[in-house]
Design a protein. Structure first.
Length: 514
């Protein structure tokens, strides 16, 4: 009997499948690290360093050899000189298109900077920062201008753009579009590439509304009010302005019983401030004013001078709905130095009952003396020093002020072995200098140097530095600068950093403030 051929074939393939299943060892596919592939530009229009690019060009195109992604394309491509309205930037698979909404300027070099956020789609490998240039004229400008931004307070610099202006009056800085712009780097450096010859004013700007102008109060600036030239060997340094031109405002108004506390947006001068001919009973840290018995139904005429010397006369409406301050007195620190007072402070003016204070060490009453104002009570040992490595008790706190919720608190004294010190002489002091010895780790810790000789003991370990403020107007304050008048902040000079260590004293140190 002859079997059909298709049955033989079916049996054959069935046996082959069983055999392979028995012999094969199935291993699942394993993944590995995606190979890092840096995107490469394989086509661009216009080409890099192209000349005679038509001013009516409507699109810039960049094509890559792989799929790409970009988290914020509108900020990734930075074009100088600025083009307004801002171009529309789109990421499409392996390309990026920049659609221009305005014509280019004639006979102008344009540069395009990228921020290293264009990434290969799968591996997220970033394209290094690029600088691309093309010209609508018949040549590429070749000059470079670089410099740095500094902050006299040594704060971390914000993200900013730097603007260069040519052939405009000084008072037009920040009011017109710049000739060139560039990005400020995290280290405070900047560089303009491919710019034409000539003299430039410079301004750095935290551009809150992206219009390349200084037109909002909260836009931070740094300026160079003197002309600089790309051919100069000296790199310009711009100083950050802590904007003193922001309007004076009331941030909060708090009430307690018959006392009012008005907190302002910036500092005012003690002897120049009143509200409707009513002077504050006390003014604390330049920004807080305390009054008694203000009529909340009135509009208050604030007549004052801020800490930069600018007069402020504003009509301000008082509202007490924002907050109520806490009726509380606290101990500033429970661990103090042997020569440091025990400090109690209040958030509002109080009457201290200093006769009730009692301090004990091992149940022994310690003689003390006090120094007070409406906010602070400072308690000193009668001998001038507390005993090192000791613990004290302060009693009858509830009789000092009823807002203290306990009658007994303890505080301890730091040992000399756990602190350091420094003594010596200041060199390079100028006639108008105000000199401080400050903690770099804790900016709240600062000691004023009254003359060229100094001695500071019982310092907590850490990094410290001498700073000299060149008080050119002799007002006893640091002048933050004035953008409208193109005035720079008063200069601050610094000494080297001193690392104060426990049980170690710098003796007869000669300090040079550069």
């Amino acid at each position: 009997m002859v079997k059909p051929a298709f049955l033989l074939n079916t049996a054959y393939f069935f046996l082959l499948f069983v055999f392979l299943q028995g012999c094969a060892h199935v291993v699942p596919l394993t993944g590995g690290e995606m190979p890092k592939r840096i995107p490469k530009i394989i086509y661009q229009s216009p080409e890099n360093k192209a000349v005679n690019v038509p001013v009516n060009t409507t699109k810039l195109i960049f094509k890559f050899d792989t799929y790409i992604k970009c988290s914020n394309p509108q900020q990734e491509f930075f074009i100088s000189p600025p083009i307004l309205p801002a171009p529309d930037i789109q990421v499409k698979a392996k390309s990026i298109e920049i659609k221009l909404k305005a014509p280019l300027q004639p006979n102008t070099c344009y540069t395009i900077q990228t921020n290293s956020t264009i990434q290969e789609y799968y591996s997220s490998t970033a394209l290094p920062a690029q600088n691309i240039v093309f010209s609508t004229g018949n040549q590429i400008d070749t000059l470079t201008l670089s410099g740095t931004i500094k902050d006299e307070l040594q704060k971390k610099l914000p993200s900013m753009i730097v603007c260069a202006y040519q052939n405009i009056p000084l008072d037009s800085i920040g009011k017109v579009l710049p000739d060139y712009t560039t990005l400020l780097q995290p280290d405070g450096s900047f560089v303009f590439r491919y710019i034409r010859a000539g003299n430039y004013y410079l301004m750095a700007l935290k551009d809150a509304n992206n219009n390349y102008k200084k037109d909002l109060p909260n836009e931070i600036t740094a300026i160079l009010p003197t002309l600089t030239n790309p051919k100069d060997s000296i790199k310009p340094v711009l100083t950050l302005l802590h904007d003193a031109q922001a309007p004076l405002k009331i941030q909060s108004v708090d009430t307690l019983k018959k006392s009012w506390r008005i907190t302002l947006s910036k500092g005012v001068l003690h002897d120049k401030t009143h509200i409707q001919d009513k002077k504050p009973i006390i003014l604390q840290d330049y920004k807080k004013l305390y009054f008694n018995n203000i009529n909340p139904q009135l509009l208050l005429i604030l007549n004052t001078t801020d800490s930069t010397g600018k007069k402020q006369i504003d009509t301000l409406k008082i509202s007490t709905a924002k907050s109520k301050w806490k009726d509380k007195v606290s101990i500033l620190k429970t661990q103090i130095l042997p020569n440091e007072p025990l400090t109690l402070y209040s958030e509002y003016p109080v009457q201290w009952n200093i006769n009730a204070i009692q301090i004990y060490q091992d149940k022994k009453l310690i003689p003390i003396h006090c120094d007070t104002n409406a906010f602070v009570l400072k308690i000193y040992s009668q001998k001038g020093f507390w005993q090192e490595s000791s613990t004290y008790q302060i009693q009858n706190l509830s009789q000092i002020n009823m807002s203290i919720d306990t009658t007994v608190k303890t505080f301890s004294i730091i040992s000399e072995k756990n602190t350091g010190g420094i003594s010596g002489t200041i060199q390079g002091k100028k006639p108008n200098d105000i000199i401080y010895f400050v903690s770099i780790d804790n900016p709240m810790v600062r000691y004023k140097v009254e003359n060229e000789k100094f001695e500071f003991m019982y310092l907590n370990p850490g990094n410290y530095q001498f700073i000299a403020i060149e008080d050119t107007n002799n007002d006893g304050l640091w002048n933050v600068g004035n953008f409208e008048k193109k005035e720079l902040p008063e200069k601050i000079r610094y000494s080297k950093v001193y690392n104060i260590r426990a049980n170690w004293i710098y003796e007869d140190e000669t300090v040079n403030i550069l």
